[in-house]
Structure formats: C-alpha cells, structure tokens
Write a protein that binds this ligand. Sequence first.
Ligand SMILES: Nc1nc(=O)c2c([nH]1)NC[C@@H]1CN(c3ccc(C(=O)N[C@@H](CCC(=O)O)C(=O)O)cc3)C=[N+]21
Length: 308
Amino acid sequence: MTARLLDGKAIGAGLRAALGARVAGLGFRPGLRVVRVGDDLASVVYVRSKDRAAKEAGFDSETILLPDDVPESGLLDVVRRLNADPAVDGILVQLPLPKHIDPQRVLEAVDPAKDVDGFHPVNAGRLAAGLPGLVPCTPKGVMHLLAEAGVALPGARAVVLGRSAIVGRPMAALLLAADATVTMLHSRSRDIAEECRRAEVLVAAVGREGMVNGDWIAPGAVVVDVGINRRADGKLAGDVEFEAARARAGWITPVPGGVGPMTIACLLENTLEAALARRGAIALQPNGGVAEEHATPEQSYGHGPGLA
Ligand SMILES: Nc1nc(=O)c2c([nH]1)NC[C@@H]1CN(c3ccc(C(=O)N[C@@H](CCC(=O)O)C(=O)O)cc3)C=[N+]21
C-alpha cells in the first residue's frame, strides 16, 4: 500500500479562502496582532507568513516588532494595550521569547477572549474540561486534516507522541472529545514501538527527525507528522521516516506542506471566531467546533452508570 497524501497546503488554502469569503461579508475586519520579539530566523519567516495569510483573507493584521532586549515589563505593557484595544480581536506573541522573559507570564497576560493561540491556562483548562474556548491552532489544524481524510474517530485507537502544552496535550483532548481511544506517549513511556503499531491514527509531535520508524506504522494507519526539523542540508523533515511510513500507511502528511499550513489557517479561523464571539454574534464551541459532530453531549455527571 502507498499512503494517500494529506495535503495541508491545499486544504489550508481552501480553509483560508472560505474564511476570506466569510470576512468579506462581515462589514468589519477582524483584527489580528502578532508580536515578535527580536530576530529569531524561523520566527521572522513564520510571522511573515501569518501576516500575509491574514491580509489576503481580509483581516486587519499588524505585526508589532520589539527589540531583543525589551524588558519583560515592556512586552507586558504591549500585551495590555492590545487587550484594551477594541479593534484587536486576536493577539499572538510569537515563541520562543528571549531568555530574560518568562513566556508563561506573557501568555497569562493575554486576555483569554483574544488568545487566538489558545495557550492561556483558561483556554487550556476549558479544552481539558470539554468547555467552549479558543483551541490551539496546530492540533485544531490536525482535526481539520482528519476530517478531510474522512477518518471515523469514534472508538478509533489514536496515539499521540509528545505531551507539550502547545501540541500533544491539546491534541489528545481534541481526539478524546471526538470519542477516539487516546494513548499519550512521552519520554518515559515504555514499548513505544509496540504502542505505535496499535495506532489507527498516529500523531507525532516530538521534534526529533525521523524518530518514528516506518515499521512502527500499522498497515492503513493515518499518520500525522507535526514535527518540523531543520536538517543539516537545510531541508525540512518531520518526526516520521516519511518514505518507509508512506509504504505502509493509508494516509500521511508531508513535511513541509502538511500540518504547518493548517496551523496558519487555524490562526485565522480562531481570529474570526474570537471576533464574532467578542461581539456576541456567536458562542465559542467546545473543541473549537472541529469535533462538534462527534462531541458527546453529556458531561461527566448525570449520565448514569457506565464509562464516561
Ligand atoms: N505563539 C506562537 N504560536 C505559534 O503557532 C507558533 C509559535 N508561537 N512559534 C513557532 C511555532 C511554529 N509554527 C509554525 C507555523 C507554520 C508553519 C508552516 O507553515 N510551515 C510550512 C513550511 C515553512 C518553511 O518552509 O519554513 C510547512 O510546514 O509546510 C510552521 C510552523 C507556529 N508556531
């Protein structure tokens, strides 16, 4: 079997076009502000793509550049000003930040209603609790890809490799909300190869080139590679041994051109959702709305005996 490619570049472009059409009918431009501190090379590239995608889709997008040596208090002042600005619907502080700044303090300064990264503990907690809120862009983008591939998640064995706050944990929460049977693997897990071989859906978010061997992939599995690793030859590569995995999988995302472009499209989706929710035009959906057709209506109590 040779896997079909899950083309995030094309699917992300489709999502951005659909968002652009909705924005065009709004009568106002949702406001996105991306804050970049210093000149980290990757950040310069990513922030430029975010700004370009936002403008193309009709958003009011601005990048705020701060010097490498801006004190933490100066960055916090900028965040507070954006929180107070009614024209601003979405705020993203690009990571990583210089070492003298505590990223957690900065993320917690962002108004949760404008937190289009979904990194504020209020939004992380709401996702973990199955409550509506803003959902991190990368795992949200992965859910869009799984929907495009027509993957039936209820009851499916899903394995998430990596437990970061920005990808692994929210990814597991979204898959669980879609009724998958979720296993999280991390640096202390035993039998990682065996666990991966049981996966019908495998999401790799580790940040180590090629750490997922091709022979860890079950025949026909859906393989989503979140890793973006810069190789010695300058090329980008994922966490999965792509060619060997492709020979076994049913679907697989390439790197580049897989999850990365979906992250940017979902940033715009979150900004539109935040803009509408702030105006009372919509209520935010549980799980970012991506898993809504699967989400269980019952909460943890009151549904009688049995498994929740
Ligand atoms: N507050 C914050 N929010 C983020 O969402 C955030 C961040 N900080 N810091 C860095 C990471 C990384 N990230 C990517 C976005 C798009 C691509 C992307 O579009 N990648 C292209 C290729 C890009 C290239 O060629 O270099 C692709 O995979 O096809 C990649 C990575 C967002 N991040």
